[in-house]
Design a protein around this ligand. Structure first.
Ligand SMILES: Nc1ncnc2c1ncn2[C@@H]1O[C@H](COP(=O)(O)OP(=O)(O)OP(=O)(O)O)[C@@H](O)[C@H]1O
Length: 386
Protein backbone atom coordinates (compact mmCIF):
# COMPACT_ATOMS: atom_id res chain seq x y z
CA UNK A 1 0.00 0.00 0.00
CA UNK A 2 1.28 3.43 -0.98
CA UNK A 3 1.71 5.69 2.07
CA UNK A 4 3.50 8.60 0.55
CA UNK A 5 4.05 9.98 -2.92
CA UNK A 6 5.99 13.02 -4.05
CA UNK A 7 5.81 14.25 -7.62
CA UNK A 8 8.07 16.94 -9.04
CA UNK A 9 8.70 18.54 -5.64
CA UNK A 10 10.74 21.75 -5.76
CA UNK A 11 11.76 24.03 -2.94
CA UNK A 12 13.16 27.49 -3.47
CA UNK A 13 14.13 29.50 -0.42
CA UNK A 14 13.91 33.24 -1.14
CA UNK A 15 17.03 35.34 -0.76
CA UNK A 16 16.48 37.54 2.28
CA UNK A 17 19.86 39.19 2.61
CA UNK A 18 18.51 42.78 2.40
CA UNK A 19 15.27 44.68 3.15
CA UNK A 20 14.16 44.74 -0.47
CA UNK A 21 14.45 40.96 -0.74
CA UNK A 22 12.69 40.52 2.61
CA UNK A 23 9.73 42.68 1.53
CA UNK A 24 9.48 40.82 -1.79
CA UNK A 25 9.53 37.49 0.09
CA UNK A 26 6.73 38.68 2.41
CA UNK A 27 4.61 39.86 -0.51
CA UNK A 28 5.10 36.54 -2.27
CA UNK A 29 3.81 34.73 0.82
CA UNK A 30 0.90 37.18 1.28
CA UNK A 31 -0.24 36.91 -2.34
CA UNK A 32 0.58 33.22 -2.60
CA UNK A 33 3.00 33.92 -5.44
CA UNK A 34 5.66 31.46 -6.50
CA UNK A 35 9.21 32.35 -5.57
CA UNK A 36 10.92 33.18 -8.85
CA UNK A 37 14.47 33.34 -7.60
CA UNK A 38 16.36 32.17 -4.55
CA UNK A 39 18.19 29.09 -3.39
CA UNK A 40 16.81 26.11 -5.29
CA UNK A 41 17.40 23.45 -2.63
CA UNK A 42 15.11 20.65 -3.90
CA UNK A 43 14.87 19.95 -7.59
CA UNK A 44 12.09 17.90 -9.10
CA UNK A 45 11.97 15.17 -6.48
CA UNK A 46 9.85 12.09 -7.23
CA UNK A 47 9.47 9.58 -4.44
CA UNK A 48 7.08 6.81 -3.45
CA UNK A 49 7.10 5.05 -0.09
CA UNK A 50 5.01 1.94 0.46
CA UNK A 51 3.93 0.46 3.76
CA UNK A 52 6.64 -1.64 5.38
CA UNK A 53 9.48 0.01 3.49
CA UNK A 54 12.53 1.51 5.13
CA UNK A 55 14.16 4.27 3.12
CA UNK A 56 17.32 6.18 3.93
CA UNK A 57 18.04 9.63 2.55
CA UNK A 58 21.76 10.25 2.33
CA UNK A 59 23.94 13.00 0.96
CA UNK A 60 26.44 15.73 1.78
CA UNK A 61 25.76 18.60 4.18
CA UNK A 62 23.31 20.98 2.56
CA UNK A 63 22.10 18.42 -0.01
CA UNK A 64 18.47 19.03 1.00
CA UNK A 65 17.75 15.98 3.18
CA UNK A 66 16.25 17.85 6.13
CA UNK A 67 14.28 20.14 3.83
CA UNK A 68 12.75 17.08 2.17
CA UNK A 69 11.77 15.57 5.54
CA UNK A 70 10.30 18.90 6.66
CA UNK A 71 8.14 19.03 3.52
CA UNK A 72 6.95 15.45 4.05
CA UNK A 73 6.18 16.19 7.70
CA UNK A 74 4.23 19.34 6.77
CA UNK A 75 6.56 21.70 8.64
CA UNK A 76 7.20 23.67 5.44
CA UNK A 77 5.48 23.84 2.07
CA UNK A 78 7.10 22.95 -1.24
CA UNK A 79 7.42 25.75 -3.80
CA UNK A 80 5.88 23.46 -6.43
CA UNK A 81 4.98 19.83 -6.94
CA UNK A 82 2.46 17.41 -5.50
CA UNK A 83 2.64 15.61 -2.18
CA UNK A 84 0.12 12.94 -1.17
CA UNK A 85 0.21 11.30 2.23
CA UNK A 86 -2.08 8.48 3.23
CA UNK A 87 -1.08 7.78 6.82
CA UNK A 88 -0.30 9.17 10.24
CA UNK A 89 3.24 10.49 10.57
CA UNK A 90 5.51 10.61 13.59
CA UNK A 91 8.46 12.88 12.94
CA UNK A 92 11.60 13.35 15.00
CA UNK A 93 13.11 16.28 13.21
CA UNK A 94 15.07 19.13 14.66
CA UNK A 95 15.69 18.96 18.36
CA UNK A 96 12.77 20.06 20.45
CA UNK A 97 10.29 20.25 17.60
CA UNK A 98 6.83 19.54 18.88
CA UNK A 99 7.61 20.26 22.53
CA UNK A 100 6.71 23.42 24.41
CA UNK A 101 9.97 24.51 26.04
CA UNK A 102 8.19 26.29 28.90
CA UNK A 103 6.41 23.13 30.04
CA UNK A 104 7.92 20.20 31.91
CA UNK A 105 8.77 16.93 30.22
CA UNK A 106 5.84 15.20 31.84
CA UNK A 107 3.40 17.93 30.78
CA UNK A 108 4.70 17.67 27.24
CA UNK A 109 4.16 13.90 27.35
CA UNK A 110 0.59 14.48 28.52
CA UNK A 111 0.03 16.91 25.65
CA UNK A 112 1.52 14.45 23.16
CA UNK A 113 -0.74 11.68 24.49
CA UNK A 114 -3.78 13.94 24.21
CA UNK A 115 -2.84 14.92 20.65
CA UNK A 116 -2.57 11.23 19.79
CA UNK A 117 -6.15 10.82 21.04
CA UNK A 118 -5.18 8.83 24.14
CA UNK A 119 -7.36 9.19 27.22
CA UNK A 120 -8.05 7.65 30.63
CA UNK A 121 -6.14 4.61 31.87
CA UNK A 122 -4.59 3.91 28.44
CA UNK A 123 -3.06 7.39 28.40
CA UNK A 124 -1.81 6.96 31.99
CA UNK A 125 -0.14 3.63 31.25
CA UNK A 126 1.42 4.91 28.05
CA UNK A 127 2.75 8.07 29.69
CA UNK A 128 4.25 5.92 32.44
CA UNK A 129 5.99 3.78 29.80
CA UNK A 130 7.20 6.89 27.96
CA UNK A 131 8.79 8.17 31.18
CA UNK A 132 10.49 4.80 31.64
CA UNK A 133 11.78 4.77 28.07
CA UNK A 134 13.05 8.37 28.24
CA UNK A 135 14.84 7.53 31.49
CA UNK A 136 15.89 11.09 32.34
CA UNK A 137 15.27 10.88 36.08
CA UNK A 138 13.97 13.99 37.87
CA UNK A 139 14.48 16.12 34.75
CA UNK A 140 11.08 14.84 33.65
CA UNK A 141 9.58 17.48 36.02
CA UNK A 142 11.79 20.32 34.70
CA UNK A 143 10.86 22.63 31.79
CA UNK A 144 12.08 21.23 28.48
CA UNK A 145 14.08 24.46 27.89
CA UNK A 146 16.52 23.20 30.57
CA UNK A 147 17.13 19.89 28.78
CA UNK A 148 20.30 18.86 26.99
CA UNK A 149 19.88 17.91 23.31
CA UNK A 150 20.19 14.23 24.29
CA UNK A 151 17.35 14.56 26.82
CA UNK A 152 15.07 16.17 24.22
CA UNK A 153 15.72 13.28 21.86
CA UNK A 154 15.00 10.81 24.66
CA UNK A 155 11.68 12.51 25.34
CA UNK A 156 10.80 12.70 21.63
CA UNK A 157 11.63 9.08 21.01
CA UNK A 158 9.65 7.95 24.05
CA UNK A 159 6.52 9.51 22.51
CA UNK A 160 7.15 7.64 19.27
CA UNK A 161 7.48 4.29 21.07
CA UNK A 162 3.97 4.59 22.52
CA UNK A 163 2.18 6.30 19.64
CA UNK A 164 3.73 4.00 17.00
CA UNK A 165 3.09 6.13 13.89
CA UNK A 166 2.39 4.39 10.58
CA UNK A 167 5.28 6.33 9.08
CA UNK A 168 8.27 7.21 11.25
CA UNK A 169 10.49 10.04 10.06
CA UNK A 170 13.79 10.60 11.82
CA UNK A 171 16.49 13.16 11.11
CA UNK A 172 19.87 12.32 12.63
CA UNK A 173 18.35 11.41 15.98
CA UNK A 174 20.71 8.48 16.43
CA UNK A 175 23.65 10.87 16.36
CA UNK A 176 22.47 12.44 19.61
CA UNK A 177 22.46 10.81 23.01
CA UNK A 178 24.66 8.21 24.59
CA UNK A 179 25.37 4.77 23.18
CA UNK A 180 23.07 2.91 25.55
CA UNK A 181 20.14 5.01 24.42
CA UNK A 182 21.12 4.75 20.75
CA UNK A 183 21.10 0.98 21.07
CA UNK A 184 17.67 1.08 22.73
CA UNK A 185 16.37 3.19 19.82
CA UNK A 186 17.97 0.94 17.20
CA UNK A 187 16.38 -2.13 18.77
CA UNK A 188 13.04 -0.39 18.97
CA UNK A 189 13.19 0.63 15.28
CA UNK A 190 14.18 -2.93 14.35
CA UNK A 191 11.10 -4.28 16.11
CA UNK A 192 8.90 -1.51 14.67
CA UNK A 193 10.01 -2.49 11.16
CA UNK A 194 9.46 -6.22 11.82
CA UNK A 195 5.94 -5.34 12.95
CA UNK A 196 5.28 -3.71 9.56
CA UNK A 197 6.27 -0.10 10.36
CA UNK A 198 7.56 2.27 7.68
CA UNK A 199 10.70 4.35 8.12
CA UNK A 200 12.24 7.40 6.49
CA UNK A 201 15.68 7.97 7.95
CA UNK A 202 18.21 10.73 7.43
CA UNK A 203 21.61 9.80 8.78
CA UNK A 204 25.26 10.45 8.06
CA UNK A 205 26.07 7.06 9.56
CA UNK A 206 26.30 4.54 6.73
CA UNK A 207 26.30 1.86 9.40
CA UNK A 208 22.86 2.94 10.67
CA UNK A 209 21.61 3.38 7.12
CA UNK A 210 22.63 -0.14 6.12
CA UNK A 211 21.44 -1.66 9.38
CA UNK A 212 17.96 -0.16 9.35
CA UNK A 213 17.04 0.48 5.72
CA UNK A 214 16.43 -1.65 2.66
CA UNK A 215 16.33 1.23 0.18
CA UNK A 216 18.10 4.56 -0.12
CA UNK A 217 18.15 7.72 -2.14
CA UNK A 218 21.23 9.85 -2.52
CA UNK A 219 20.50 13.57 -2.72
CA UNK A 220 23.13 15.72 -4.37
CA UNK A 221 22.65 19.50 -4.54
CA UNK A 222 18.91 19.04 -4.12
CA UNK A 223 18.44 16.40 -6.83
CA UNK A 224 18.23 12.61 -6.65
CA UNK A 225 21.58 11.31 -7.83
CA UNK A 226 20.88 7.63 -7.23
CA UNK A 227 17.98 5.61 -5.84
CA UNK A 228 17.66 1.90 -5.23
CA UNK A 229 18.75 -0.82 -2.89
CA UNK A 230 20.53 0.48 0.21
CA UNK A 231 23.87 -1.19 -0.40
CA UNK A 232 24.23 -0.05 -4.00
CA UNK A 233 23.32 3.53 -3.16
CA UNK A 234 25.27 3.86 0.10
CA UNK A 235 28.38 2.27 -1.36
CA UNK A 236 28.30 4.56 -4.37
CA UNK A 237 27.86 7.54 -2.04
CA UNK A 238 30.66 6.37 0.23
CA UNK A 239 32.98 5.88 -2.72
CA UNK A 240 32.27 9.46 -3.76
CA UNK A 241 33.24 10.90 -0.38
CA UNK A 242 36.05 8.66 0.73
CA UNK A 243 39.45 10.12 0.22
CA UNK A 244 41.75 7.28 1.28
CA UNK A 245 44.51 9.77 2.07
CA UNK A 246 42.32 11.36 4.73
CA UNK A 247 41.38 8.17 6.57
CA UNK A 248 43.24 7.75 9.84
CA UNK A 249 45.50 4.72 9.91
CA UNK A 250 45.66 2.38 12.86
CA UNK A 251 48.83 4.05 14.09
CA UNK A 252 47.10 7.41 14.53
CA UNK A 253 44.21 6.38 16.74
CA UNK A 254 43.90 7.07 20.41
CA UNK A 255 45.37 4.19 22.35
CA UNK A 256 43.04 4.70 25.31
CA UNK A 257 40.05 3.46 23.38
CA UNK A 258 38.94 0.43 21.36
CA UNK A 259 40.82 0.14 18.10
CA UNK A 260 42.30 -2.24 15.58
CA UNK A 261 45.80 -2.94 16.87
CA UNK A 262 47.00 -4.90 13.85
CA UNK A 263 45.73 -7.07 11.03
CA UNK A 264 47.69 -9.95 9.51
CA UNK A 265 46.97 -11.42 6.13
CA UNK A 266 48.00 -15.05 6.25
CA UNK A 267 48.41 -17.85 3.76
CA UNK A 268 49.53 -21.14 5.30
CA UNK A 269 50.10 -19.28 8.58
CA UNK A 270 52.63 -16.90 7.02
CA UNK A 271 52.11 -13.18 6.49
CA UNK A 272 51.82 -12.03 2.89
CA UNK A 273 50.97 -8.88 1.06
CA UNK A 274 51.20 -10.56 -2.36
CA UNK A 275 48.78 -13.41 -2.71
CA UNK A 276 48.27 -15.69 -5.70
CA UNK A 277 44.76 -15.66 -7.12
CA UNK A 278 42.50 -18.29 -5.50
CA UNK A 279 44.57 -18.57 -2.29
CA UNK A 280 43.10 -19.80 0.97
CA UNK A 281 43.53 -16.64 3.00
CA UNK A 282 43.13 -16.16 6.71
CA UNK A 283 42.84 -12.74 8.34
CA UNK A 284 43.97 -12.34 11.91
CA UNK A 285 42.60 -9.08 13.26
CA UNK A 286 43.86 -7.93 16.64
CA UNK A 287 41.73 -5.50 18.60
CA UNK A 288 42.73 -3.45 21.61
CA UNK A 289 40.13 -3.02 24.33
CA UNK A 290 40.78 -0.81 27.36
CA UNK A 291 38.27 -2.75 29.48
CA UNK A 292 36.47 -6.07 29.57
CA UNK A 293 34.01 -5.16 26.82
CA UNK A 294 34.26 -6.76 23.39
CA UNK A 295 34.05 -4.44 20.39
CA UNK A 296 32.86 -5.80 17.05
CA UNK A 297 34.74 -5.23 13.81
CA UNK A 298 33.93 -4.55 10.17
CA UNK A 299 36.01 -5.88 7.32
CA UNK A 300 35.90 -4.58 3.78
CA UNK A 301 37.76 -4.83 0.50
CA UNK A 302 38.07 -1.93 -1.92
CA UNK A 303 39.85 -1.46 -5.21
CA UNK A 304 42.83 0.86 -5.47
CA UNK A 305 40.41 3.52 -6.73
CA UNK A 306 38.45 2.96 -3.50
CA UNK A 307 35.48 1.30 -5.14
CA UNK A 308 33.92 -1.01 -2.55
CA UNK A 309 34.12 -4.69 -3.49
CA UNK A 310 32.82 -6.35 -0.36
CA UNK A 311 32.06 -5.60 3.26
CA UNK A 312 30.85 -7.52 6.30
CA UNK A 313 30.95 -7.28 10.08
CA UNK A 314 31.43 -9.55 13.08
CA UNK A 315 27.91 -9.04 14.45
CA UNK A 316 26.44 -10.45 11.25
CA UNK A 317 28.41 -13.68 11.73
CA UNK A 318 28.03 -13.68 15.52
CA UNK A 319 31.81 -13.98 15.71
CA UNK A 320 33.49 -13.96 19.12
CA UNK A 321 37.18 -13.08 19.39
CA UNK A 322 39.70 -14.96 21.51
CA UNK A 323 41.94 -13.07 23.96
CA UNK A 324 45.64 -13.67 23.26
CA UNK A 325 48.47 -13.68 25.80
CA UNK A 326 49.08 -9.94 25.26
CA UNK A 327 45.46 -9.21 26.22
CA UNK A 328 44.48 -8.36 22.63
CA UNK A 329 41.25 -9.73 21.19
CA UNK A 330 41.79 -11.76 18.03
CA UNK A 331 39.21 -12.26 15.33
CA UNK A 332 39.97 -14.80 12.62
CA UNK A 333 38.28 -14.56 9.25
CA UNK A 334 38.79 -17.27 6.63
CA UNK A 335 38.56 -16.42 2.96
CA UNK A 336 38.85 -19.82 1.25
CA UNK A 337 39.84 -19.66 -2.42
CA UNK A 338 39.75 -15.86 -2.57
CA UNK A 339 38.52 -14.94 -6.05
CA UNK A 340 39.78 -11.35 -6.25
CA UNK A 341 41.17 -10.91 -9.76
CA UNK A 342 44.85 -9.94 -10.08
CA UNK A 343 45.43 -6.32 -9.09
CA UNK A 344 45.90 -4.11 -6.06
CA UNK A 345 43.31 -3.92 -3.30
CA UNK A 346 42.86 -2.30 0.03
CA UNK A 347 41.75 -4.47 2.94
CA UNK A 348 40.05 -2.27 5.52
CA UNK A 349 39.32 -3.13 9.11
CA UNK A 350 37.18 -0.99 11.39
CA UNK A 351 36.71 -1.33 15.11
CA UNK A 352 33.18 -0.81 16.39
CA UNK A 353 32.02 0.29 19.80
CA UNK A 354 31.06 -2.69 22.02
CA UNK A 355 27.37 -2.03 21.30
CA UNK A 356 28.20 -2.28 17.58
CA UNK A 357 26.80 1.16 16.93
CA UNK A 358 29.66 3.34 15.76
CA UNK A 359 32.83 2.74 13.81
CA UNK A 360 35.79 4.02 15.74
CA UNK A 361 38.78 3.67 13.45
CA UNK A 362 40.05 2.47 10.12
CA UNK A 363 43.06 0.23 9.67
CA UNK A 364 44.22 -0.43 6.11
CA UNK A 365 46.47 -2.96 4.42
CA UNK A 366 47.36 -2.96 0.77
CA UNK A 367 47.21 -6.36 -0.87
CA UNK A 368 48.34 -7.42 -4.30
CA UNK A 369 46.69 -10.38 -5.95
CA UNK A 370 49.05 -11.99 -8.41
CA UNK A 371 48.36 -14.17 -11.42
CA UNK A 372 47.17 -13.82 -14.95
CA UNK A 373 43.62 -13.30 -16.03
CA UNK A 374 41.90 -11.74 -19.01
CA UNK A 375 38.67 -11.30 -17.12
CA UNK A 376 37.49 -7.84 -16.08
CA UNK A 377 36.40 -6.41 -12.77
CA UNK A 378 37.54 -6.98 -9.19
CA UNK A 379 36.18 -10.50 -8.61
CA UNK A 380 35.85 -13.68 -10.55
CA UNK A 381 32.31 -14.93 -10.86
CA UNK A 382 31.74 -18.44 -12.04
CA UNK A 383 30.04 -18.40 -15.43
CA UNK A 384 28.83 -21.35 -17.47
CA UNK A 385 28.75 -20.90 -21.23
CA UNK A 386 26.82 -23.00 -23.76
N1 LIG B 1 15.10 28.45 6.05
C1 LIG B 1 16.03 28.46 5.11
N2 LIG B 1 16.26 29.55 4.35
C2 LIG B 1 17.18 29.53 3.37
N3 LIG B 1 17.94 28.48 3.06
C3 LIG B 1 17.77 27.37 3.77
C4 LIG B 1 16.82 27.29 4.84
N4 LIG B 1 16.88 26.04 5.37
C5 LIG B 1 17.82 25.38 4.67
N5 LIG B 1 18.36 26.16 3.73
C6 LIG B 1 19.39 25.79 2.75
O1 LIG B 1 18.89 24.67 2.02
C7 LIG B 1 19.95 23.78 1.70
C8 LIG B 1 19.56 22.38 2.15
O2 LIG B 1 19.54 22.36 3.57
P1 LIG B 1 19.16 21.05 4.37
O3 LIG B 1 19.18 21.41 5.81
O4 LIG B 1 17.91 20.46 3.83
O5 LIG B 1 20.38 20.08 3.99
P2 LIG B 1 20.81 18.69 4.62
O6 LIG B 1 21.06 17.78 3.47
O7 LIG B 1 19.79 18.26 5.63
O8 LIG B 1 22.17 19.08 5.32
P3 LIG B 1 22.88 18.50 6.66
O9 LIG B 1 23.39 17.15 6.32
O10 LIG B 1 23.99 19.48 6.87
O11 LIG B 1 21.86 18.52 7.75
C9 LIG B 1 21.20 24.31 2.37
O12 LIG B 1 21.94 25.01 1.41
C10 LIG B 1 20.66 25.28 3.41
O13 LIG B 1 21.56 26.33 3.62
Amino acid sequence: MKLLQLKHINKIYPHVANNKQRVRGMLNILFNRQEASGAHVLKDIDLTVNQGESLAIIGHNGAGKSTLLKIISGVIQPTSGKLSIDCGIGALLELGSGFDPEYSGIDNLKMAAAMAGLTGEVAKTKIHRMIEFADIGDYINEPVKNYSSGMVVRLGFSVITETKPELLITDEILAVGDEGFQLKCLNWIDQYLSDGGTLLLVSHSIYHVQKLCRKAIWLDHGAVKLAGDVFTVSQAYQASITDPAKLPSGAEVNRSTYHIYDAHILVNDEQHERLPFNSDVELLVQVYTPDEQIPGICFGIATQQDQPVYGTYSELHQARPVRNTDGLLEYRISLPGLKLLPGHYEFKFHCMTPENIQMIDTFKKMVQITGESREHGPVQIETRWQ
